[in-house]
Design a protein around this ligand. Structure first.
Ligand SMILES: [Cu+2]
Length: 158
């Protein structure tokens, strides 16, 4: 009995110690200047969230589901890699409303280039695009790896 209690204590101490190490590492990370703070990447968006699935069979078919949607300014669109990845979402600079590029630059973390989100490679990995401050109009976009397969999306912001 006594031994069991001791083991539990030791196990707890090890866990506690591991936790401390982790938080020290996080502090070090937080202290390092970065474009996007680690906390921002994992924080839940404040406004409404609408999900868009990114699907494909790895060869001949790939799609955003839905491929057309209507949202309100301030909504976050969550792109989820369901199958056939890697996928990403990019917007046509000449096919978005005036002033939209500035809003999307703030709303698309870790871009590969202007208006082009990073590849989403892991199953169920997500990429959030914030339409905070986004002007009303139609935003036409595509998935870079699958644009030839017709993987397009049109988001209407009201
Ligand atoms: Cu794709």
């Amino acid at each position: 009995m006594r031994f069991t209690q001791f083991s539990t204590l030791v196990a707890f101490a090890v866990v506690a110690c591991g936790g401390e190490k982790k938080s020290a590492a996080s502090e070090a990370e937080a202290a390092t200047p970065a474009n996007t703070p680690a906390a921002a990447a994992t924080a839940e968006p404040a406004g409404a969230v609408v999900e868009v699935k990114m699907t494909g069979n790895g060869t001949s078919m790939a799609a955003f589901e839905p491929a057309k949607l209507t949202i309100k300014t301030g909504t976050t669109v969550r792109f989820i890699n369901v199958s056939g990845g890697p996928h990403d979402v990019a917007f046509y600079g000449d096919s978005i409303p005036k002033g939209a590029a500035e809003a999307l630059k703030k709303g698309m973390p870790n871009p590969m280039s202007d208006l082009t989100g990073p590849f989403v490679t892991q199953p169920n990995e997500k990429y959030d695009v914030s339409f905070a401050g986004a002007p009303a109009g139609v935003y036409k976009g595509y998935c870079l790896p699958h644009v030839a397969l017709g993987m397009h999306i049109a988001i209407t912001v009201q």
